[in-house]
Design a protein around this ligand. Structure first.
Ligand code: AMP
Length: 282
């Protein structure tokens, strides 16, 4: 596996792959890699000719400076995992390589960014959109891999690719969970043992809500019940629990088994904010 720090190092390599008619797969990450990331990597290794993984903790997508400062960094470990997974290149840029100057551009993704993560983390999706655009321009992959764990991010990236005509295919990979159901996340590393146990409320509430919708309860009833459940978990604080269309993020007040829908949840466990989602009608 070759480590690259700048786009200039990548350009001749990119050209040589192109000349051999090879397909390049790209997996953007912020490091602190777990099996969820490695599922994306594995899919790229299997389905493309060469795989590049980026590790870049993007400062502009953090609305909370503490969260950025404390974001886990396990670079040596990450590099070993990627090497064993058969990755060809890892791109580890410095902040000033990506932002030689502050990016002034503001992207507006429409209604999809005004709810849930967009509402609770102002500026987050603008930061994601700008950094992913930069990475797409630098890497110029044929296909890029993203996780369903960040469902709203997937909707945002699909719009970015569509509206800016990036000639890049997107592959979406299902959420990888721990054995007890907690969605894998780099931020799980920051949970203390008590928070880690209580974090199960996220997946438990999603599964309970799904069951109850299929049992015929109204979304209003289900949502109220889940809000009460969260109040029983002392270290958890709910940001939102919403039933949405997974592409438009339009909120659904009534469950309609004919219509695509997902439940999305975000909650703090102590100081750590976690998100998860469950497709109800895929
Ligand atoms: P991050 O490093 O958190 O920016 O994530 C990098 C990529 O990995 C994103 O496309 C995420 O959606 C994806 N990802 C993160 N956690 C998981 C998971 N548990 N299962 C599947 N994909 C994931």
């Amino acid at each position: 596996m070759k480590r690259i720090n700048t786009p200039a190092e990548w350009n001749p390599l990119w050209l040589s792959h192109l000349q051999k008619n090879e397909r390049i797969g790209f997996v953007p990450t912020m490091g602190a890699l777990h099996q969820g990331h490695l599922d994306l990597v594995q899919k790229s290794v299997q389905n493309t000719d060469t795989t590049l993984v980026s590790i870049f903790v993007n400062p502009t997508q953090f609305n909370n400076p503490e969260d950025f400062k404390k974001y886990p960094n396990t670079l040596e470990d990450d590099l070993e995992k990627l090497e064993s997974a058969g990755v060809d290149y890892v791109f580890v840029p410095e902040v000033n390589t990506i932002y030689p100057e502050k990016a002034e551009l503001k992207l507006d993704f429409g209604d999809v960014e005004r709810v849930l993560e967009g509402e609770f983390r102002p500026g987050h999706f603008n930061g994601v959109g700008v950094v992913v655009s930069k990475l797409f321009h630098f890497i110029r992959p044929h296909v890029a891999f993203f996780g369903q764990k960040d469902l709203q991010q997937v909707a945002i990236i699909k719009r970015l690719v569509r509206d800016l005509s990036f000639p890049i295919e997107l592959e979406i990979v299902p959420t990888r969970r721990e054995e007890d159901g907690l969605a894998m996340s780099s931020r799980n590393l920051r949970l203390n043992p008590e928070e880690r146990i209580q974090a199960l409320i996220l997946i438990q509430s999603l599964e309970k809500a799904k069951r109850e919708l299929f049992d015929g309860k109204s979304w209003f009833q289900v949502q109220k019940e889940i809000e009460r459940d969260f109040q029983q978990v002392p270290l958890a604080k709910l940001d939102y629990f919403e039933l949405v269309h997974p592409d438009t993020f339009e909120s659904q007040t009534e469950f309609n088994p004919e219509k695509k829908s997902s439940i999305c949840v975000a909650a703090y466990l102590g100081e750590i904010r976690l998100i998860d989602n469950l497709p109800i009608i895929p």
